[in-house]
Design a protein around this ligand. Structure first.
Ligand SMILES: [Zn+2]
Length: 628
């Protein structure tokens, strides 16, 4: 907020020296945002058309972003840019363009926010066209050489816009409170296919020309593009999967339940609003498990475990079609409204697919991760990050992407559900999504709606304030239990403490199938961090945790290997870090390596070697953790 105030003063000053037009008092329409320079209150984009060439040789996008704007009489339009080369700005529609003066600045580029692009306009200007190209500094873009793809013979490009990276590939008013429709004309190499978070082709176009339309208004962090050697597989019920040809069979098997998930989701909270729901399987550098780009979720290939054990990530991204995409956090301080609701909803979908027991186990695994995260936050420089409602002023909004927003948010809703009853909860959530559809919501608006439509209506006393505005987990939190987890937890402790073969009897060596993936995860987690290496070696010899091609298991096992100095696992850990770019896994692994004096050097060496295989979202976080 401070930044915006300073900037508006500067704009005012600049306006007074360069443009004598009297400033029209703006009609407040869209809330300002603490991570955007834009003046969306005065003039904001309603429709964006992109006309871009995708150049793999020089690794750049170039062309024009045409903004159709709702102008309340402003004489300047301010956009966010970061790492972009602006060539020319015009106003007017494409047949009648007039070159306009623009200014970039003030000062040097802010490392988090970039810079404002300030364009002089007239009070009735309705179109602003920005001619530009991306640069090496365009952090949203991941240009992958063919060696980093599954086919290893065609290059790949994808974008990641959330939270504030869309400004690094499109000059735009990058605030989640503004919604726009968009269209695009793209030219790509003729042997590749382009897809976007919009209406998509099902086959390659041999000239490499593609047209896209997104007719439902979205916040601009959801504009997304991918270009690669892609094929499409139809899964039924308006769902399907895009991937490289060699992954098609495995993807169709892994995500076979997608139509059922869609049915379960619609039954819970109303009709799916985006017509088509497809998945796009990206290369391994993708920094997230999934990204909920509308109509086309971007998914991490680590989800292809071969046993459908990790598909809850897909339920999560599908749930975002309601929470996040349909009803959007107004600022990044309200991020929990996107993610807490989504984790809650994801678990309800999983309950339909695998039953209550299985869904509870998934929630318990997440709860364990939350407890570890809260411990880390408590000892960090920002203990207030343990509140659901955040204050990220002057900070990177990525700092708010912790388990607090996701899991504490979900357990808040689970606890609320336990207090009001599932029937009332579902009526409330259905009406919440309907009431706020295609708009943004902040924490205050949510609280008012909660009080009026649920608590007062049914005369229920529930302390939501301790969840939203206080750190930690309130005592009122529901208590989930799993006999299976208790059993493996005890097994882990007995195994770690026991001195004789008899005390290990309970571990089913050579019988991985005795337990589920989630139970094995719990088992590894409950081994002490300084467990002796002979015991680690015994487990690895019989159960082959180092080699298990399930990224969740490998991650837990490598964390334990680092803390216990079990060096036999390091070659596998190195291959993992070379191949996989998902931040959830590699950031804690690098942190653990760096913290341990025996492996600190390895952390720096490996990061130097493999950094090029990661998206900027991951490599920036790791560089910070390694104090680079
Ligand atoms: Zn999410």
């Amino acid at each position: 907020m401070k930044l915006i105030l300073k900037l508006s003063l500067l704009i005012l000053l600049m306006a007074s020296c360069t443009n004598p037009v009297k400033k029209v008092k703006p009609k407040k329409t869209i809330p300002v945002n603490n991570h955007s320079f834009s003046n969306i209150e005065e003039v904001h984009t309603t429709h964006l058309h992109l006309d871009l060439n995708v150049d793999f040789t020089n690794k750049k996008l170039s062309g024009v972003a045409r903004h159709k704007m709702d102008n309340q009489g402003a004489n300047q339009a301010v956009f966010d840019i970061k790492g972009l080369k602006i060539q020319k700005v015009t106003t007017g529609n494409s047949e009648n363009e007039k070159v306009r003066k623009f200014e970039i600045g003030p000062g040097v580029e802010n490392t988090i926010l970039g810079q404002p692009l300030i364009v002089n306009i007239d009070k009735n200007t309705a179109y602003v066209n920005i001619y530009y190209e991306t640069t090496e500094e365009s952090e949203a873009l991941d240009w992958l050489d063919s060696a980093l793809t599954s086919s290893k013979n065609k290059p790949f490009l994808y974008t990641q816009g959330q939270a504030i990276l869309t400004r690094t590939w499109i000059p735009i008013q990058d605030a989640p409170s503004n919604r726009i429709t968009y269209s695009a004309d793209l030219k790509v190499p003729s042997d590749l296919m382009a897809v976007m978070s919009a209406s998509n082709p099902k086959e390659k176009n041999h000239e490499g020309n593609y047209h896209f339309d997104m007719k439902q208004p979205i916040p601009c962090y959801l504009i997304a593009l991918a270009v690669g050697d892609l094929v499409y597989g139809d899964l039924g019920n308006h769902t399907g999967v895009y991937c490289e040809p060699e992954l098609l069979e495995a993807s169709m098997y892994e995500f076979e339940d997608l139509p059922n998930m869609m049915e379960a989701a619609e039954k819970l909270y109303g009709k799916y609003a985006w017509d088509q729901y497809d998945l796009l399987i990206l290369p391994y550098s993708f920094p997230f498990g999934g990204m909920e780009n509308p109509r086309l979720t971007f998914a991490n290939p680590t989800l292809l475990a071969g046993d459908r054990s990790l598909v809850s990530v897909v339920a999560h991204e599908l749930a975002h079609s309601w929470s996040g995409n349909l009803v959007t956090n107004e600022t990044w301080n309200d991020f929990w409204l996107n993610e807490g609701f989504t984790v809650y909803f994801e678990n309800r979908i999983m309950e339909e697919i695998i039953g209550k027991n299985g869904a509870d186990n998934l929630a318990l695994i997440e709860f364990f991760e939350l407890q570890e995260e809260l411990e880390r936050i408590e000892n960090s420089g920002h203990p207030e990050d343990a509140h659901l409602f955040l204050d990220l002023d002057g900070r990177d909004p990525d700092d708010g992407m912790t388990d607090v927003a996701y899991v504490k948010g979900a357990f808040f809703l689970k606890t609320l559900e336990a207090n009001v009853g599932r029937d009332k909860m579902d009526v409330f959530l259905m009406s919440y999504f309907d009431h706020f559809k295609f708009t943004s919501v902040n924490t205050d608006k949510f609280v008012s709606y909660l009080e009026k439509e649920l608590l007062q209506k049914h005369k229920i006393d529930f302390n939501y304030k301790e969840w939203i505005y206080q750190p930690g987990i309130p005592e009122s939190c529901i208590n989930l239990k799993s006999d299976g987890f208790e059993n493996v937890k005890e097994m882990a402790i007995t195994f770690a403490n026991g001195e004789t073969d008899e005390s290990w009897d309970k571990v089913p060596f050579n019988k991985r199938s005795n337990y589920s993936v989630q139970e094995w995860l719990t088992f590894i987690r409950h081994l002490p961090s300084d467990i002796n290496v002979e015991k680690m070696a015994k487990l690895d010899k019989h159960l082959a945790f180092s080699e298990w091609t399930n990224a969740e298991i490998q991650f837990e096992w490598f964390m334990k290997s680092i803390s216990s100095n079990y060096t036999n696992a390091y070659p596998y850990l190195e291959s993992f870090l070379e191949k996989i770019g998902r931040r959830k896994f590699i950031l804690p692994l690098y942190e653990a390596l760096y913290k341990n004096v025996n492996t600190r050097k390895k952390a720096l060496e490996w990061f130097k070697d493999y950094n090029k295989n990661y998206h900027a979202v991951s490599s920036n976080s790791i560089a910070e953790a390694l104090e680079l």
